[in-house]
Design a protein around this ligand. Structure first.
Ligand SMILES: Cc1cc2nc3c(=O)[nH]c(=O)nc-3n(C[C@H](O)[C@H](O)[C@H](O)COP(=O)(O)OP(=O)(O)OC[C@H]3O[C@@H](n4cnc5c(N)ncnc54)[C@H](O)[C@@H]3O)c2cc1C
Length: 418
């Protein structure tokens, strides 16, 4: 390839989370010359490292449900509930909350569910393609995911179950007896549950991520550990990525910085209302034999996944922005909730805080920038960014390669905010 052709096909991907790496791998497959730029070592601390490891193709139903607004005050007041606020951040988040409330109608909820379903339905086949090229034996389990609840919570579950039925999502309602047969070590506090048989889980998301990253390097991808400060544009609208150390011109660029993307999209004169739902994890080492698959206790809004690291207890939706420190109370809350289900648990380790990137309509932003045709976005996949990594990689690389698609991608465009 001559220098000009190479330059024409060069792509800079900002962010080495699961979005960035999957986009980069798909671009390399299509013959592009790809450089990923990240300020941190890939897969060591980002959301893509610390998540619950669920591959959740069933999870089309968004959080912007009409009934959520009724539940919020009780959730905030509950000492063991899933929701928390950092009061110093509330004023900054008011515009996001107002947009979120506007999206909590049945019509908007169904719209989000439809377009989440469109991509979630393709999420696992897209991973299967990527996993042909790395060894994931022992790292991905196909045992489904169980959600369970107590009587008090049955009503809102019915709404979800019916909507999933409408979308044709595979689900199996479970009696307490059946839950016990599947997961005999959980204390029998539940009155009902549901199994999503198509779901899978990662036994170590960080390890899978690093295997994908190694594959990227092996295939000729380049990596720069630098902090991206700014994206400028040349006279012919080519992106020039400016970092703390250097400056790089590419034919095209992608912003895939998860919850941190807004700083760069603001500079591109977009008004994308991206914010973060902070979440936490801890590990109970050596106890993964207590579960065969991930479980979620809906009343308290937290989950436990059996992983190589032990039982990973994951949860909390905390509105507090990107700069507030880790909240010890949320960690204690997770530990207490885990012990409620498994009284034999005692010591835990690895307190981790991560940032879900979330838009108020609970759809991701995927597509070209409205102001620069050579700049693309892929962020805002909220609670489902791990599940949606591989399919987003296919979608964005297809857009950059100007391929035709049968998917309706307009709902993911940043244009919806202008
Ligand atoms: C507690 C928790 C549990 C979760 N559980 C699940 C789950 O079970 N299933 C699921 O599907 N999803 C889950 N998620 C969501 C999922 O983890 C995220 O949506 C996803 O990891 C986001 O990936 P990303 O690539 O967009 O961003 P990230 O993984 O956050 O990566 C962004 C990268 O950009 C880099 N970056 C940012 N700014 C700059 C800059 N200026 N210059 C250079 N680099 C920069 C960062 O260093 C980082 O490496 C969970 C999230 C949390 C927090």
């Amino acid at each position: 390839m001559d220098q000009d052709a190479k330059q024409r096909s060069s792509v800079g991907v900002v962010g080495a989370g699961i979005q960035g790496i999957c986009i980069a791998l798909n671009l390399i497959k299509k013959g592009f010359d790809v450089t990923i730029i990240d300020r941190d070592e890939p897969g060591k601390s980002s959301a893509s490292y610390g998540n619950a490891g669920h591959f959740s193709p069933y999870a089309s139903l968004p959080l912007n449900r009409p009934d959520i607004l009724i539940d919020v005050p009780a959730m905030l007041l509950s000492s063991n509930g899933p929701l928390a606020l950092k009061w110093n951040y509330v004023p900054k988040m008011i515009p996001w909350f107002l947009k979120f409330i506007k999206n909590c109608t049945t019509k908007k909820m169904k719209y989000t569910a439809k377009y989440m379903h469109q991509i979630l339905d393709l999420a696992l086949p897209a991973y299967d393609e990527l996993f042909q090229d790395i060894d994931v034996s022992g790292l991905v389990e196909n045992k489904g995911i169980i959600y369970f609840w107590t009587d008090r919570d049955l009503k809102s579950r019915e709404l979800e179950i019916n909507l999933r039925k409408e979308l044709g999502i595979e689900q199996k309602l479970l009696s307490p007896h059946e839950i016990h047969d599947l997961e005999p070590h959980i204390r029998k506090i539940y009155h009902g549950g549901v199994l999503y048989p198509s779901a899978r889980h990662a036994r170590n998301p960080g390890k899978i991520f690093l295997k994908l990253f190694e594959l990227f390097l092996k295939r000729g991808g380049k990596f720069k550990k630098e902090n991206v400060l700014k994206i400028d544009f040349s006279t012919n609208d080519k992106p020039i990525i400016k970092t703390n150390l250097s400056s790089y011109e590419f034919a095209k660029a992608v912003i895939a910085c998860g919850a941190f993307s807004k700083k760069l999209t603001d500079q591109a004169n977009e008004k994308i209302p991206l914010d973060t739902e902070r979440g936490y994890h801890i590990h109970f080492k050596g106890h993964d034999h207590l579960l065969s698959r991930p479980v979620i206790f809906l009343n308290r809004g937290f989950g436990i996944t059996p992983m190589e690291q032990g039982l990973r207890v994951v949860g909390t939706v905390e509105f507090g922005g990107l700069n507030n420190p880790l909240n010890k109370k949320r960690i204690a809350n997770l530990a207490n909730n885990a012990k409620y289900l498994f009284p034999e648990l005692s010591e835990y380790c690895d307190e981790w805080l991560g940032f879900r990137p979330t838009l108020p309509d609970f759809l991701p932003v995927m597509g070209p920038s409205k102001n620069h045709k050579n700049l693309f976005y892929s962020f805002g996949h909220h609670h489902l960014g791990w599940t949606l990594g591989a399919i987003s990689g296919k979608i964005i690389s297809g857009m950059i390669a100007e391929e035709k698609t049968n998917l309706d991608l307009s709902p993911y465009s940043s244009l919806r905010f202008s």
